[in-house]
Design a protein around this ligand. Structure first.
Ligand SMILES: [Zn+2]
Length: 241
């Protein structure tokens, strides 16, 4: 079923391209499509019409590609939490052993709570969990758990949505977003208390041709990292055990 879905998506991209000849063109680093991208509500040029991936996935993909260029990174075992399909394919190709996990989803290898991960110490070379840490009650416990299961030279990639300048830890879960923690730019300090080194990768550190910015326009009030023209940057933190 998934294969048919992918084939149909691939079929739609050429039509979208013809119908949107006048639109600005970009290069998707994930599927190599070149042409106009689709808008997603207020977010201009957000979605690649071929692979369907969004700004944040494109930035994460570029950061990962850079990491994989580094020969010191061991590609034995990865744990992929709340797995995205595009990265699932990439990780299965790059790593000898691939494990996926999620609290509830059925399409993963293991169901567990990230505050209590059922793996031995120093099991994985990489843990990838994007937009996950804003949900657990005790996010510091979750970050410690990720550090615990990483090998001594392992790396964790833990992006969170940046919604304020300063992080707001909620007393009750947000009714719509379900977040317990609303991350701000200071959120990455939590990683620094647990990991030996944290590298910050910003969208503007990568080529503009990939369209890695989030267009929030008038809806950007309160969001950090404004570029002043309706576009907002994004950050991918890379944490070294
Ligand atoms: Zn694409």
């Amino acid at each position: 079923m998934k294969n048919i879905e992918y084939a149909l998506k691939g079929f739609r991209a050429p039509f979208f391209k013809i119908l949107n000849r006048e639109k600005e063109r970009f290069l998707c680093p994930i599927c190599n499509y070149f042409g106009p991208f689709k808008d997603k509500n207020t977010r201009l040029h957000a979605k690649c019409p071929k692979c369907g991936e969004l700004e944040r996935a494109r930035l994460q993909f570029l950061v990962l590609s850079k990491l994989f260029e580094n020969k010191k990174l061991s590609t034995n075992k990865i744990l992929h939490i709340a797995p995205e399909n595009a990265f699932r394919k990439l990780f299965k190709k790059k790593f000898i052993s691939y494990t996926s996990g999620d609290m509830f989803r059925k399409d993963v290898d293991e169901n567990f709570d990230i505050q209590d991960i059922p793996f031995e110490n120093e099991t994985f070379d990489m843990v990838f969990a994007s937009h996950v840490l804003e949900y657990p009650d005790d996010d510091l416990k979750a970050i410690s758990e990720i550090k615990r299961i990483l090998k001594p030279n392992g790396v964790a990639i833990l992006p969170v949505p940046l919604v304020h300048d300063l992080t707001h830890d909620r007393k009750e879960r947000h009714k719509i977003t379900r977040m317990m923690h609303e991350p701000g730019l200071d959120y990455f300090k939590r990683f620094e208390t647990i990991f030996s080194n944290v590298e910050i990768h910003k969208a503007e550190m990568y080529p503009e041709k990939h369209q890695l910015f989030i267009y929030r326009g008038d809806f950007g009030n309160g969001y950090p990292l404004s570029l002043g023209d309706g576009r907002y940057s994004d950050i991918v933190p890379v944490c070294y055990a």
